[in-house]
Design a protein around this ligand. Structure first.
Ligand code: OXD
Length: 292
């Protein structure tokens, strides 16, 4: 069972039958050249992790949507300042990445009444969510959103996908939430755009370097909330059952569940919120990575 295993660790393990990634993100395994051949690699995907992630995303979106940072600031100055609440229908939230975690978060957001857009490499279908796919739609999805939520997997194709140019496509004053991976984003550009106010606020759970170094400008920015990579974590009680079931499958000569392809990432599969007839647009996006 591994989480960010060091290079070469598997070489002496000649009896290895199964590798379990102790988390949902498989970016530390994809594309490595030291993985044993023909040994299945699985990841943890349990509904409680999706629920925990959806809870964090809902909190972060509601925090921005209900102007909570404004009231926190007003309280610090001892001011009773009224700002009329907006209704969720007036607020557009874009969820980028509609894998198991992203689909659940998008589903919860639309249930709250937000105008919810979803974007993923392969076209998804989620009730009440306007779904888009393909690189040619990404900037327009970002440009419509008051709140952008990043939930994409990190792959060679998505690394730094949110560079300065793309971040500038966000609506002036929009909020940015990243619960996926820091390296999807140019942190320097994000910091500059938060300073200039082009990006109005951010909730960041992940960073290019973790822990976020002492003295990083993001720490002291009043429009940034930082949490230490805990939006969702593997839950031992439920993960252990999933791992045990996979060990039994392998022992019985069967293939385990939740296999990932170490060359591509997560194997395309349906998310619980998606309809059976997924329309795959593979190739059209120019992204060869896993189904986000
Ligand atoms: C994960 C994570 O990928 O915690 O599970 O980031």
């Amino acid at each position: 069972m591994v989480w960010k295993p060091p290079q070469g660790i598997f070489e002496p393990m000649t009896n290895l039958r199964l590798i379990v990634n102790l988390g949902a993100g498989v970016d530390s395994l994809v594309g490595r050249d030291d993985l044993p051949r023909n040994i299945p690699i699985t990841r943890i995907t349990d509904p409680q992790m999706s629920r925990m992630m959806a809870g964090y995303v809902l909190f972060a979106v509601l925090r921005h949507a209900r102007d909570i940072p404004f009231f926190e600031q007003a309280q610090r100055s001892g001011e009773w300042t009224y700002r009329h609440p907006r209704s969720p229908e007036e607020i557009t939230v874009a969820v980028l990445g509609l894998g198991q975690l992203g689909a659940k978060a998008a589903h919860e957001l639309q249930r709250q009444g937000f105008r919810t857009l979803g974007w993923s490499r392969s076209l998804a279908q989620i009730d009440g969510v306007a779904c888009f796919s393909g690189m040619d739609t990404l900037d327009s999805v970002i440009g419509q959103a008051d709140i952008v939520v990043l939930m994409l997997p990190l792959t060679p194709q998505t690394k730094q996908l949110f560079d300065r140019e793309r971040l500038k496509k966000m609506r002036p004053g929009a909020a940015f939430i990243n619960v996926a991976r820091g390296s999807l984003v140019s942190q320097a550009a994000l910091t500059d755009l938060l300073k200039s106010g082009h990006i109005g606020a951010a909730t960041l759970d992940v960073f290019e370097r973790e822990p976020l170094p002492v003295g990083d400008a993001l720490w002291s920015m009043p429009n940034v909330l930082i949490t230490p990579h805990l939006a969702s974590v593997a839950i031992p009680a439920t993960s252990a059952k999933q791992i045990a079931a996979n060990i039994l499958r392998v022992a019985a000569g069967e293939l385990p569940d939740n296999i990932i392809d170490p060359l591509r990432g997560i194997k395309p599969r349906q998310s619980p919120c998606m309809e059976p007839q997924l329309q795959h647009t593979e190739g059209a996006t120019g992204m060869g990575g896993p189904s986000p």
